[in-house]
Design a protein around this ligand. Structure first.
Ligand code: CTP
Length: 434
């Protein structure tokens, strides 16, 4: 495949990209630096999104060498704007560098050509031309570049079909072996189709099905699959992204018992308060079939799966605690009649588990309503008094301090106390602990 220099419409589109870039944070600084050299091009998702009048998640830039030095120059130019100091990190071995600042992320990479020594393996990389750099990419709509400097500045360079695929909303691989070379592209296909509302071009859809049927996902490291899955979980409509992954058959290829119940997932997300982690809640929802499998101890299976996918220890813990307890929480919530009973059932659990357990009540049941009440009101109810107040009142140190505080909180939750510390103290002291 060769990338083709833009024709008249390509040049018009290139100008549109440059105008769009100039309006983005950091865009003017990038354009100014680019004019001092010959080799800077905006590539990939950033160009695709500007042509679709969407805001890119980040800017991807290629240069012909010394990515780290260019990143440093860019970071210095952005620092001159004031505000938070930009950081620039380079990976010399990979020829990549990243500038992160309060306005966003700019990825810089040295142009490269890739070849795959074996299916699913990491590619072998060497320096390449811009055309070669585009040819190593996943889909035509991502194989697009606009040089910001040099002879072709402002032209649109793209893989064959890229412009028509962008116009028609199609995802098309660049060559027949694409999914076998890099099977994580199967997950990317689903993620982009959900995000952009694009459809897989028929031959691409066929190649995806064939690759899945041939077990392509088994040839990639679990860590890389985990990284792609986390990108899907972080999408603004992550349920749609997971839905597309599931529909493609890729979810079952990762672990046959993973299941997406879209309507449950959406109900649970709607319940989850702003301080919750939607990505972890969704991951836990996929694991629910494992939680309720009577034939297998779910804990080691979940641990192995999440560990292999390289979820961090904290995230893995939260996902497991959520998936393991949500079904039981649903039952407990349906039995809890009073706020104090809800507190007893819920206070030790993750908010993700409570949202998922609450959503298992089909959205209209009292269980969902109870989870809502918990999130909106009850979880914020605390005592004004502390154990020290009880010790000062003559209660001996020991477990009864905790029992008395729990008793006072239960009465407060159930609306049986007038306001203030005095009422709480009286309630705590009234408990008969003999
Ligand atoms: N890429 C690829 N195969 C992969 C991962 C990435 O070919 N397994 C290419 C794609 O062409 C993509 C580019 O590398 O355009 C950069 O990847 P990434 O930053 O993940 O995607 P973006 O194109 O920037 O898209 P977005 O960030 O909007 O998802």
């Amino acid at each position: 495949m060769s990338a083709t220099a833009g024709n008249a419409s390509g040049a018009g589109a290139g100008a549109e990209v440059i105008a769009g870039l100039a309006r983005l944070p950091g865009g003017c600084e990038l354009l100014a630096l680019a004019t001092e050299r010959e080799d800077v091009a905006l590539v990939g998702g950033a160009v695709r999104d500007l042509l679709l009048a969407r805001t890119p998640r980040e800017l991807d830039v290629v240069v012909d060498g010394a990515a780290a030095a260019f990143a440093q120059e860019l970071a210095d130019a952005l620092a001159a704007l004031g505000g938070g100091a930009p950081s620039s990190t380079g990976h010399q071995r990979f020829g990549t560098a990243l500038v992160v600042w309060e306005g966003g992320r700019i990825d810089i990479a040295e142009r490269r050509a890739e070849s795959y020594p074996s299916p699913g393996a990491l590619p072998e990389v060497r320096a390449g031309t811009l055309e070669e750099d585009l040819a190593r990419r996943d889909f035509t709509v991502n194989a697009i570049a606009v040089p910001l400097s040099g002879r072709l500045a402002g032209e649109l360079l793209c893989a064959e079909h890229a412009q028509e695929d962008l116009r028609e909303g199609r995802l098309r691989v660049l060559h027949e072996g694409s999914f076998l070379d890099d099977p994580t592209r199967l997950l990317r296909l689903a993620r982009y189709s959900a995000r952009l509302g694009f459809e897989a071009e028929p031959r691409t859809a066929e190649l995806a099905r064939e690759a899945l049927a041939a077990g392509a996902l088994d040839t990639v490291s679990r860590a890389r699959i985990g990284a792609e899955l986390r990108l899907a979980l972080a999408e603004s409509d992550a349920v749609a992204a997971l839905g597309a992954i599931s529909e493609l058959g890729a979810l079952a290829a990762i672990e046959r018992r993973l299941r997406l119940d879209e309507s449950l997932a959406r109900r649970a997300l709607a319940l989850l308060p702003g301080d919750g982690r939607p990505d972890l809640l969704l991951m836990a929802s996929l694991l629910l079939p494992l939680s309720i499998d009577p034939d297998e101890d779910p804990e080691p299976v979940m641990f192995e799966l999440l560990d292999g996918l390289e979820f961090t220890a904290g995230d893995r813990e939260c996902v497991m605690r959520t998936a393991l307890v949500a079904p039981g929480l649903f039952k407990e919530l349906s039995l809890a009649a009073k706020p104090s009973e809800m507190h007893e059932a819920l206070s030790a659990h993750t908010i993700e588990a409570i949202a998922l357990g609450g959503a298992m009540g089909e959205g209209t049941s009292s269980v969902t309503a109870e989870a809502e009440i918990w999130f909106e009101r009850l979880r914020h109810v605390h005592l004004e008094i502390t154990g020290q107040d009880l010790l000062d009142a003559g209660i001996p140190a020991g477990p009864q301090v905790g029992w008395r505080l729990t008793h006072a909180l239960a009465r407060k939750l159930d609306g049986e106390l007038g306001g203030g510390r005095e009422a709480e103290l009286t309630a705590a002291l009234e408990l008969d602990v003999r």
